[in-house]
Design a protein around this ligand. Sequence first.
Ligand code: CMC
Length: 426
Amino acid sequence: MSNKVAKLTLEGSTESIDLPVFSGTLGPDVVDVGGLTAKGLFTYDPGFMSTASCKSAITYIDGDKGVLLHRGYPIEQLAEGSNFLETCFLLLNGELPDAEENLEFAKSIRYHTMVHEQLYEFFKGFPRDAHPMAIMVGVVGALSAFYHDSLDINDEKHRELAALRLIAKMPTIAAMVYKHSIGQPFLYPRNDFSYAENFLHMMFNTPCDEAKVSPILAKAMDTIFLLHADHEQNASTSTVRLAGSTGANPFACISSGIAALWGPAHGGANEAVLNMLYEIEDESRIEEFINRAKDKNDPFRLMGFGHRVYKNFDPRAKVMREICDEVLQDLGVENDPLFRIARRLEKIALEDEYFIERKLYPNVDFYSGIILQAIGIPASMFTVIFAIGRTPGWISHWNEMISNPYKIGRPRQLYTGHVKRDYPKK
Ligand code: CMC
C-alpha cells in the first residue's frame, strides 16, 4: 500500500522509529502511528485536528477548495440532477442505481415508512414541550426493541433491512414528534407521495384538511435532505462509528449519532441561527452582535458561520443559498424583517476583516435555518430535519466499518492527574 516512510526521532535517542505513510486516492497522505504503542508512545491530537480515524471510500472533502464528493460525484451535480433517495442508494451501495434499482429502492423505502403501532404509545409519556431531539434520541434508539429481525450486525441482510427501516421511518418519527408538540393527531405516511412530499404531508396536513404539498417546497425539502446526506468523519458520524465498533445494534448507533448531532457546534447550529436572528431583532443591532462575535471575552459566536474543514466556502451553502432565494420568493416573504437581518448579516460578515482573516463563511446551516423557517417549520425541529438527511451517511459509514475488519474504538490519553498516593489511614 505504501513504500513511503516517516521517521520519528525523540530528542536524546539515537534510534528513529519508522512509520509507514499511506496515500489515498485523493487528499493528504496519512502517517500510520499504530506502531508507536509498542515503543511506549501515544500520539496527542485533541479535537482530532490531524487524525484520520479510519479508511473510507464514501465521501471526500477538500476544505481549502470547497469540494465535496459522494462516491466521486460532486455535491453540486447531485443537488442538480439527483434526488435524496437516489443519493441514499449511492452512499449505501457505492454506485448510482440503474432505472430498475432506483424503482426497487424507492419501493423498499415506501414499504417501511410506517412505525410499529405500539410505538405510538411512547409519545404519551413525553411532555408536549420536550425538545424534539430529546424524543428523537429516545424513539430511534427504541426501534431496536421492535425490529429483532434486523439486529444481527454480522448478517448482511439484517444490515440492509436496518438501513431501509431507518431511512424510511425517520420522517415518520420526526413528523410524529412535531404533531405531538402541537397536540394534533399523527398522520400515517402516504406511500403514493415522494419522500419529501410525504414528510411535508405528515408535518402540515391533518385528518380533516389535506392540502396539496407545493412542488417547490417539496423539491427544496428534498434538496435539504440531499445536501445533509453525508459529510465524512464529522462528530456525529464518528460517534456512530465508535458506538458501532463495540458491536452495538444499528438503531442504538444511529441514536448515538442523533445525540452528537444535537450540539450547537454541529447540527444544532441551524436552530441556533434562528434564535440568534430573533435575538438580533433589528438590522440596527447587527453591528453590536458582530462586535460581540469578535470579542474574545464574550463566548458568543455568529451561528451559521465557520467550519472545521471548509476554509474557503461550504459548497453545500452555495446550493442552499440559491434554494433559499427561490423559496423566499415563492412564498413572497423575501422582505420579511427576519430574512432581511439574515441577508445584512451575511453581507457585513463577508466584508469584515475578522471573518475574512479566519476564513469564516456562512455554512450550510445558515441558509437551511432560513429556508426551514420560511416553510413554517419551527426552529426546534431544524436539527431533526438535519438528522433525517444525515441518516444514510451514518448508516453507510456504520455498514462500511462492519463489513471490513475493524477494532473497537478506544482512544488513549495524556494523563495529567495525581501520581499514585496512599489513601490516609484512619
Ligand atoms: N463566530 C465568531 N468567531 C468564530 C466563529 C464564529 N462562528 N467560528 C470560529 N471563530 C473564530 C474563533 O474564535 C477562532 O478565533 P481565534 O483564532 O482568534 O482564536 C477562529 O475563528 C478559529 O475557530 P475554532 O473554534 O478554532 O475553529 P473550529 O474549526 O474548531 O470550529 C466551528 C469550527 C464550526 C465549531 C466554529 O466555526 C463555530 O462554532 N461556528 C458556529 C457554529 C456553527 O455554525 N456550526 C455549524 C457547522 S456546519 C454544520 C455541520 O457540519 O455540523
